[in-house]
Design a protein around this ligand. Structure first.
Ligand code: HEC
Ligand code: HEC
Length: 173
């Protein structure tokens, strides 16, 4: 009986997810942890844990005092809590999400990138964007995912939801 209930929940859940348009798991898993969202989403977009492998998150969380030229340090307990969430949901744990899998596969074993924007997959996907579209004040840098990916906060990076300020929809054909 328990199994049956669990199964129907799973089926209902995935039907719901596909009705939202990202159920085929093309993007990355959305952020689910409110504490993470609050602490790590105050200066910038709360990057989904599935955008980097766990070794990257360990490195980021191990040096928050020198975090991209700012001090983002946390109390030890809070740091541990967030690290646990990030590691449990990191890119290599979500191989059923296409973007997580691709990002993870693009990083060599001996590399530990601390930025999504440093990964090979990311660089390759963004190399055709004109520089002035990135440096313009509405965007600033490629780290500002939400400036172009209007649904990034839902973990969806599909092409139809890209809208670059002062350029518009992206069409690569
Ligand atoms: C005090 C502000 C601040 C806080 C708080 C903060 N960050 Fe950042 N973070 C930055 C800045 C500045 C950058 C550089 C990129 C940019 O300008 O947005 C950055 C970049 C990053 C990047 C790389 C983004 C890329 O370019 O791919 C990651 C990953 C990241 N932060 C994770 C975190 C995590 C995890 C937390 C929570 C523990 C956190 N940040 C909290 C300021 C902050
Ligand atoms: C200046 C606008 C801009 C910013 C900022 C930006 N992107 Fe993109 N991104 C694009 C464009 C345009 C494409 C489409 C490239 C293509 O497929 O031709 C893209 C593609 C992608 C893809 C692949 C989607 C697909 O269907 O192939 C992912 C994943 C992605 N971006 C993630 C991110 C993340 C994560 C961030 C922030 C760290 C980010 N992007 C920041 C414009 C941007």
């Amino acid at each position: 009986m328990k199994k049956l209930i669990l199964l129907s929940l799973l089926v209902a859940g995935s039907l719901y997810a596909s009705s939202l348009g990202f159920g085929e798991r093309r993007g990355v898993a959305p952020v689910t942890d409110k504490f993470y969202e609050k602490e790590c989403g105050s200066c910038h977009f709360a990057f989904q844990p599935g955008l980097l492998p766990s070794r990257s998150w360990k490195k980021v969380m191990g040096d928050l005092e020198n975090h991209f030229d700012t001090d983002a340090s946390l109390e030890l307990e809070d740091n541990k809590k967030i690290l646990r969430y990030l590691v449990n949901n990191s890119a290599e744990k979500f191989t059923n999400y296409k973007r997580s899998r691709k990002i993870n596969n693009s990083i060599y074993r001996d590399e530990i990138p601390i930025a999504v924007t440093d990964t090979r997959y990311f660089i390759d996907k963004h190399r055709d964007i004109r520089k002035r579209l990135i440096t313009q004040k509405e965007v600033g840098s490629l780290s500002n995912c939400m400036a172009c990916h209007t649904t990034a906060d839902r973990g969806s990076y599909s092409e139809r939801d890209i809208n670059i300020p002062n350029y518009g929809k992206w069409n690569d054909d």
